[in-house]
Design a protein around this ligand. Sequence first.
Ligand SMILES: [Zn+2]
Length: 138
Amino acid sequence: MGQPSGPVIARPLVARACGCLREFQHYAVDRYRAQRLAKFQKTRCEVCVAKLHEAQRQAAAAIPKKGEAFRQLPPGTQMTITRRANGTWTGSLTAEGTTVHADGEGPHGVTLALARAWLAATGKIPAVAPAAPPAPAG
Ligand SMILES: [Zn+2]
C-alpha cells in the first residue's frame, strides 16, 4: 500500500526519536508522506537502534542464570516467601544486611527474582533496566 514513487524531490534533515538528524526523502508521488514523516520522527535512527539492541543483548547476558544467581548468594542468606490471598507470591531476601523484595506468579519465580534483585542491589551484577519496547519495524 501507498509505496512512494517518482524521483526524490527533497531531502530535509529531520530529528528522529533519538535526537539524531537524518535525511527524510520527499518523493514526487507520496500519498502518505505525513504518516511516513510522523513514523520517521517517532523512531530511532538505524545507528541508535543497533546500539540499543547491543545494550539489551549485553544486559541479558549479564543476568545470571538460575543456578548461578543462587550460587552467588552468601552463606546465611534468608528468604521468606508468602502466598497472598489472590494466589500470587511475595517474598523478601536478606543477606549481609541488605534486604530486597519481589513479587511473582509462583514461588520459583519469586526466589529467582529475589536472588537477582539482591545481586543487583549489592552491585554484584548490573542493575537490570526494564526491557525497552521493541523498535517498530521499518
Ligand atoms: Zn540516533
